[in-house]
Design a protein around this ligand. Structure first.
Ligand SMILES: [Zn+2]
Length: 241
């Protein structure tokens, strides 16, 4: 028998009927969580016919209530993209920075799932790259996350832990591009993701570039007013891939 929990279609162990009836919800939940953890760490198989360099080490820190978020993402997608869908088939990667000092502050902001502009789900990202090079996995790349208006139905979101600086965006970009462990971890993650999902380099962009991108589309006309990762910094990032 096959029990489907979200995208993760699982076959529970062959247990006798009565025992299975008692254990199945728990077995299935545990197996689904294991599948989530494998996927967020990019340990699941790459689609056949594709080659990807090894995935970097990813520390799983899944956001809570992911089932609720999937349902909210489906309704959000219906309003903004005209399809009631929470699944993500990634065709784009959007780079962000947190404008905050720590991984923990960013994770808690996303975990709170507060409405933004009166809508749920709240903001989130698939991955956060900390300044010491640790990559945290929050949401598997097969699930839509709300991180950039107009492309949440096609894009993986990656946040770099980086405070906003009084000297402005150029200083912020320089800080990230010269912080060895963090930028190397971010590059390793994107090198893997672009091959795993066959994403063209033109579709590796910064949040500041989303409104002008050909794949931007939003039925309610919502645009982005964030200036994170402008074109010059992204070009430098792509060059190092
Ligand atoms: Zn952003």
């Amino acid at each position: 028998m096959c029990v489907c929990a979200g995208v993760w279609c699982l076959t529970p162990p062959d247990l006798s009927g009565a025992l299975r009836a008692r254990l199945e919800p728990r077995v299935t939940r545990r197996a689904a969580r294991r599948a989530l953890l494998r996927e967020v760490q990019l340990l699941h198989p790459v689609r056949s016919g594709r080659r990807a360099p090894p995935a970097p080490t990813i520390v799983p820190r899944l956001l809570p209530f992911i089932d609720q978020r999937m349902a909210q993402a489906a309704e959000y997608s219906y309003r903004h993209y005209g399809e009631r869908e929470w699944r993500l088939d990634p065709q784009m990667i959007v780079l962000h920075y947190t404008c905050g000092p720590t991984f923990s502050s960013a994770w808690h902001t996303f975990a709170n799932n507060r409405p933004r502009r009166g809508e749920l789900p709240g903001l989130c990202a698939h991955y956060i790259v900390d300044q010491d090079g640790t990559i945290y996995g929050l949401v598997p790349p097969s699930v839509r996350c709300r991180h950039a208006n107009g492309v949440n139905h096609v894009a993986i979101g990656i946040e770099f832990v980086q405070d906003c600086l009084p000297q402005g965006a150029s200083a912020v970009e320089r800080a990230m591009l010269t912080r060895g462990p963090q930028i190397e971890a971010g590059l390793a993650l994107v090198r893997h993701l672009r091959r795993r999902f066959d994403i063209h380099d033109d579709n590796i962009i910064g949040h500041a570039m989303v409104n002008r991108h050909a794949m931007y589309s939003d039925l309610l006309g919502r645009t982005n007013d964030h200036g994170d990762w402008r074109e010059g910094a992204v070009r430098e990032f792509r060059r190092r891939l």
